[in-house]
Write a protein that binds this ligand. Structure first.
Ligand code: SF4
Ligand code: SF4
Ligand code: SF4
Length: 202
């Protein structure tokens, strides 16, 4: 009985009643690290494919032609909401949670590219990698017929009896060269680097 009286008295204290009925909770703020599925801003996509290059989840993002413009499409069943595409896109086409606010504030970004490595001890100089590369074939259509290229604009060509890499930066990471090498002598590695300051704003 005494305990009931105690509780009733406690609950009827004016401070308690004031807190109970008029308490105010601060507005809910989205934490800076929150990452949802990427959505589109209204910035123009330049089809640089950086977002696809950096995405670690297979089939999560594709840059598609939509009428008169390019547009990245996110596939939620595959996307793991890491936000890397948002941070890497140089045009600010994608957004997710507060990632863009934070990266702009801190002047940070990700830069990614593909590195090509040829193991000379395994390479038998057949040139399959150079001939099958779709970028090479587009740059120098002669390559498919002749097997060699005189163009300085190709990604790689057989030169001096070995595969020479000329324009690694043009590689799209399709791995066709890896697939077509009979000796697994060529490797395509995705490289990612965090950048800050002027480099991130470029
Ligand atoms: S958020 Fe991550 S997993 Fe999703 S599309 Fe972007 S890079 Fe790929
Ligand atoms: S990184 Fe940005 S600009 Fe480049 S293809 Fe993806 S969405 Fe387009
Ligand atoms: S990964 Fe594709 S684009 Fe890059 S060098 Fe190999 S075949 Fe060419």
């Amino acid at each position: 009985m005494r305990s009931i009286v105690y509780y009733v008295r406690e609950f009827l204290r004016p401070e308690w009643l004031k807190d109970f009925f008029f308490v105010k909770t601060a507005p809910l703020e989205t934490p800076s690290y929150f990452k949802g599925y990427p959505t589109l801003t209204d910035k123009e996509c330049t089809q640089c494919l950086t977002c696809m290059m950096i995405c670690p989840a297979p089939g999560a993002i594709a840059v598609l032609r939509k009428k008169d413009r390019w547009e990245p499409e996110i596939y939620p069943g595959h996307c793991i909401r890491c936000g890397l595409c948002v941070e890497a896109c140089p045009e600010g086409v994608l957004s997710s949670g507060r990632i863009l606010d934070v990266t702009h504030r801190d002047k940070t970004a990700f830069s990614s590219w593909y590195r090509l490595e040829v193991d000379d001890t395994l390479c038998m100089r057949c040139g399959n990698c150079c001939v099958s590369c779709p970028v090479n074939r587009e740059v120098d259509p002669q390559l498919a017929g002749t097997g060699t290229s005189a163009s300085d604009e190709v990604i790689m060509r057989i030169e001096g009896g070995r595969v020479t890499i000329l324009h690694e930066e043009k590689c799209t990471g399709c791995k066709t060269c890896e697939t077509n090498c009979p000796n697994r002598a060529i490797r395509v590695a995705r490289m990612v680097e965090g950048v800050q300051g002027e480099e991130a704003e470029a």
